[in-house]
Ligand binder design. Structure first.
Ligand SMILES: O=C(O)CCC(=O)C(=O)O
Length: 265
């Protein structure tokens, strides 16, 4: 990456760690410089048209607002380009960004690995055919010894309520949710009074291009559709401590994890 990463001081790391422990998320501002972002966005645009897979389509997930199937209008709208880490040296450098590595090393208190099984994608939220994502915890379908993983959401452009930025419910990474509070796909049931009380505490996380949102895998989050005129591009990677192993034979164990420091290009 062209931009020089800034090493954070112990005091800054302490403050971020305290905020993360309390809220379940923090935003690191202005981490990715403009030249790096421009290069990544050019690669993404070239991978959208013509499409360089593997990709997940909006029509595949069936979320609110998604085209009903791939033959419907907008049915070929990609939601995520998968395997972001393996796509290029520039995406590898993004995934192993030194400042993000420094903060994750502090939060996870040990050597950090990137999972190639979860997120590891470029979100391509298109105007017109994007869907809304209901309230959920990412860890619901992940299997590790400990539910202690952190995802990094790299904003490659501005993210606002209007173009479908993430919403979070601060502190929910510390709560246990009884199964009756969740639907069959493990989304929070918005019709329940106790869930409504929680949802009222939600906050939108608006990001500037180059910001990075770090959020805990148990943090309840959601997102709206892209109501703007332009596609919103973000890259998302998930990290775990090296000794927090995926359960053998599960989706979390399909591909090897990457050592965030040793494997930096
Ligand atoms: O951008 C969105 O629609 C939300 C994505 C999300 O929450 C997820 O992939 O876990």
């Amino acid at each position: 990456m062209a931009s020089q990463p800034i090493n954070l001081s112990d005091a800054q790391l302490d403050q971020l760690q305290a905020e993360f422990a309390e809220q379940g998320y923090v935003v690191l501002r202005n981490v990715i410089g403009q030249a790096d972002r421009t290069g990544l966005v050019e690669q993404i645009r070239a991978a959208i048209e013509p499409l360089v897979g593997p990709a997940e389509f909006e029509a595949d997930v069936g979320y609110p607002g998604a085209p009903v199937d791939r033959l419907a209008p907008g049915g070929k709208t990609p939601r995520r380009l998968l395997h972001a880490y393996a796509r290029s040296a520039e995406f590898k450098a993004l995934a192993t960004h030194p400042q993000v590595a420094q903060v994750l090393g502090r939060f996870l208190a040990g050597s950090v690995c990137l999972s190639q099984c979860h997120h590891n994608c470029i979100m391509t939220k298109h105007p017109g055919f994007s869907s809304a994502t209901l309230w959920h915890q990412d860890v619901r379908y992940w299997s590790y010894e400990h539910p202690e993983l952190i995802s990094a959401w790299f904003a490659l452009g501005q993210e606002t309520q209007q173009n479908g930025a993430l919403w979070v419910i601060p502190g929910t990474h510390r709560l246990d949710f009884a199964t009756q509070r969740l639907d069959e796909h493990l989304f929070l049931r918005p019709e329940l009074a106790e869930n409504q009380a929680l949802i009222q505490k939600a906050e939108v996380v608006e990001l500037q291009a180059g910001d990075v949102l770090l959020f805990h895998c148990r943090l309840m989050h959601a997102a709206g559709r892209n109501e703007s005129e332009t596609v919103k591009l973000s890259t998302v990677f998930t990290y775990h401590r090296q000794d927090n192993r995926p359960t053998a034979g599960t989706r979390s164990d399909r591909f090897p994890s990457i050592d965030m420091v040793a494997d930096r290009p």
